[in-house]
Design a binder for this molecule. Structure first.
Ligand SMILES: NC(=O)c1ccc[n+]([C@@H]2O[C@H](COP(=O)([O-])OP(=O)(O)OC[C@H]3O[C@@H](n4cnc5c(N)ncnc54)[C@H](O)[C@@H]3O)[C@@H](O)[C@H]2O)c1
Length: 267
């Protein structure tokens, strides 16, 4: 019998790559997204390739959307994998001092609240079944400071802390909870062009230890692994998928690979 996998934010970027990968692996997908056109395009692609996908449209932080996902899952009769992928650093301000309570509220809704809501609605079914895998999407900024994004970072650190404690709570029921922490991936939210901002792509060698930006498919494989029996003894962890940036925590200031520094303007 086919596994049933729910992926939030599955229309574009990292989420779409996860949807494509899990569908190719034979899962029946529930794709949740706020963007109707992009969701239909990705769902159409999956169906054309012979996959099975149902689309739930709406803001994943809204009760109605969560209820529709739960109804869809109930109709399918099982839930094997839940990927809470939605997250956004916007709305952003130049500094924490310039940010507003309205921005904090929206950052809370799109980065942390929906993870609570989806898990609250769906993990009980996994517990009842005696199996299931949750994979949350956090960010390296949960572990490394970044100016201008203190609130976004705090909520994503919350995603990783929630992942740990929920994993401990539900482990005895056969449910595993893990997360991935991306960095510098070419998606609509953080496109390669926007990240380079006209800089020489050759600089990537000194910026990321693996010398390239991430691609959405880099995450799909890790999520597929975490959701699979091969990861059957892994729970409560956040796996950085970052091309080595957390390990490095610094830069080569010179193109000749000299001048290692954590001060980007080092002479
Ligand atoms: N791209 C990166 O470099 C990077 C770095 C760190 C963390 N992340 C995290 O990875 C995840 C995916 O990022 P991405 O770059 O692929 O994002 P993206 O913005 O390119 O794609 C996000 C998808 O989620 C959908 N979406 C957005 N808000 C939604 C909402 N409220 N309800 C339902 N659907 C919604 C969008 O329509 C889109 O299809 C996010 O949690 C993000 O914070 C990404």
């Amino acid at each position: 019998m086919k596994r049933v996998s729910v992926v939030t934010g599955g229309a574009q970027g990292i989420g779409a790559a996860i949807v494509r990968r899990l569908a190719a692996d034979g899962d029946s997908l529930v794709l949740v997204d706020i963007d109707a056109m992009a969701a239909e395009a990705t769902a159409g692609e999956i169906a054309a390739a012979g996959g099975t996908v149902r689309v739930v449209l709406g803001d994943v932080s809204a009760d109605q959307t969560v209820a529709e996902v739960a109804e869809t899952v109930a109709g399918l009769g099982r839930l094997d994998v839940l990927v809470n992928n939605v997250g956004d650093f916007r709305p952003a301000s130049k500094t924490f001092g310039h940010s507003t309570p309205e921005q904090w509220q929206r950052l809370y809704e799109v980065n942390l609240l929906h993870v609570f809501k989806m898990c609250h609605a769906l993990v009980p079914r996994m517990i009842e079944q005696g199996h299931g895998a949750v994979v949350n999407v956090s960010t390296v900024e949960a572990f490394r400071g970044i100016p201008g994004h203190a609130v976004y970072s705090a909520y994503n650190a919350g995603v990783s802390a929630f992942t740990k404690s929920l994993a401990v709570e539900v482990g005895e029921h056969g449910v595993r909870v893990n997360a991935v922490a991306p960095d510098l991936t070419d998606t609509p939210q953080t496109s390669r062009e926007a990240m380079l901002r006209g800089r020489d792509p050759g600089l990537l060698r000194s910026w990321l230890p693996l010398g390239r930006f991430g691609q959405p498919e880099d995450f799909a494989g890790v999520v597929a692994f975490l959701a699979s029996p091969d990861a059957g003894f892994i729970t409560g962890h956040t796996i950085p998928v970052d091309g080595g940036t957390l390990a490095a925590s610094g830069w080569y200031a010179r193109e000749d690979h000299k001048g290692w520094t954590n001060m980007p303007n080092h002479p």
